[in-house]
Design a protein around this ligand. Structure first.
Ligand code: BTX
Length: 336
């Protein structure tokens, strides 16, 4: 992998000119045949490289694939994304991240896959994770905070994703409490937070983020088509832009770097700042909501989110409830 990484770096530094096979083999201290083999591997992955027996190699096109060196290129974080594990197929990135965390991996370790065969949502639901179309990613966090702040981390992750959408694509997305990210009332991203506790303390936390990137409408399973959307669908409809001008690795990098900023704030005890930021993007506050919790169901108006991330709902009879978990449907969103 190292050799491939260096070759790619060299080719990227010189996109106007050819880089000779001899130069590459000298830099790397490997044979020209070894260089040629790596070039072929890169081509198989989708990189378009022109090779000329006289001049050498020239990089013509970088594909939208997910690998650690594309993501790490220009990633300015200290913690999040220092270790990145990429798979072409996996059951669930959250499962793999959990195994890594149990073995003691570093804070901020990232797991990504092109395709998940058993992508998971919350409450035992499944998450459709089509190959090559999305960002299916899990991040291991070891926050220095107590259990009461777990909800804030989930809210913070949603804020990080929304900020990255804005920075990279100019898209203004909304957040449905606690952490569904929606465009035009449809879900474009879901976040699943799982945690391991030890003696009342957080041992580690897995932040699973699923983003529909380039799906066309017909590529979603029929049963979710009216509730799901992708960045690609939205860009085409609203801005007449094609998603192919963006690369997933670029968006991933932006998310990791926004995530590090909010993560720092949490570790510094600034949960309040996160809640205020979250409220700016909320599509829940002020709306009529239906809360389902176990056997119970009631309606009310979502009034606020408190410092612990609880949703404050005022019921029609005036009773005020604080909600930490449960299902919340918002009038006008996701088919309700
Ligand atoms: P959730 O329970 O809020 O959402 C799941 C529900 O959303 C499903 O029941 C279905 O109705 C709908 N749905 C399923 N797939 C999609 C999709 N691709 N787009 C829009 N709606 C969909 C949200 O759970 C949390 C999802 C986290 C996914 C990430 S991906 C990386 C990591 N690994 C893993 O297994 N899960 C997380």
């Amino acid at each position: 992998i190292k050799v491939k990484e260096v070759i790619l770096k060299k080719l990227k530094e010189s996109t106007q000119d050819y880089v000779s096979g001899e130069e590459l083999s000298n830099i790397l201290g490997v044979s020209r045949t070894a260089v040629w083999k790596c070039i072929n591997e890169l081509k198989k992955e989708g990189y378009v490289i022109d090779s000329s027996s006289k001049k050498g190699y020239k990089l013509c096109y970088v594909p939208d694939i997910i690998n650690s060196w594309e993501i790490k290129e220009g990633l300015g974080t200290r913690i999040i994304g220092q270790n990145i594990h990429c798979f072409s197929e996996i059951d669930s990135t959250n499962n793999y991240a959990k195994t890594l965390a149990q073995k003691g991996c570093d804070d901020g370790t990232v797991v990504l896959a092109e395709h998940q065969t058993q992508g998971r949502g919350r409450l035992g639901r499944s998450w459709d994770s089509m190959g090559g179309k999305g960002i299916w990613m899990s991040i291991v966090l070891r926050p220095a905070v107590g259990l009461e702040d777990v909800q804030i981390i989930t809210l913070a992750a949603a804020v990080a994703v929304v900020l990255a959408f804005k920075k990279v694509m100019g898209i203004d997305a909304g957040i449905k409490w606690p952490n569904d990210i929606v465009l035009d009332g449809k879900k474009v991203c879901g976040i699943l937070t799982e945690m391991s506790m030890e003696m009342e303390r957080i041992n580690f936390l897995i932040l699973g983020i699923g983003i529909n990137f380039s799906h066309e409408e017909s590529e979603f399973p029929e049963e979710i088509r009216d509730r799901a959307t992708s960045l690609g669908i939205y860009l085409k409809e609203k801005k007449g832009m094609d998603i192919s001008r963006f690369k997933r690795s670029h968006l991933i990098r932006a998310i990791l770097s926004e995530l590090e900023e909010v993560y720092d704030m949490i570790n510094e005890g600034k949960a309040g700042v996160i809640v205020e930021e979250w409220k700016k993007y909320s599509v829940t506050l002020g709306k009529e909501v239906v809360i389902k919790y176990r056997e119970e169901q009631y309606t009310g108006i979502a009034q606020d989110v408190d410092q612990s991330g609880r949703l404050i709902v005022k019921q029609d009879d005036g009773t005020v409830r604080e909600i930490l978990s449960g299902e919340v449907s918002v009038r006008g969103l996701l088919g309700y």
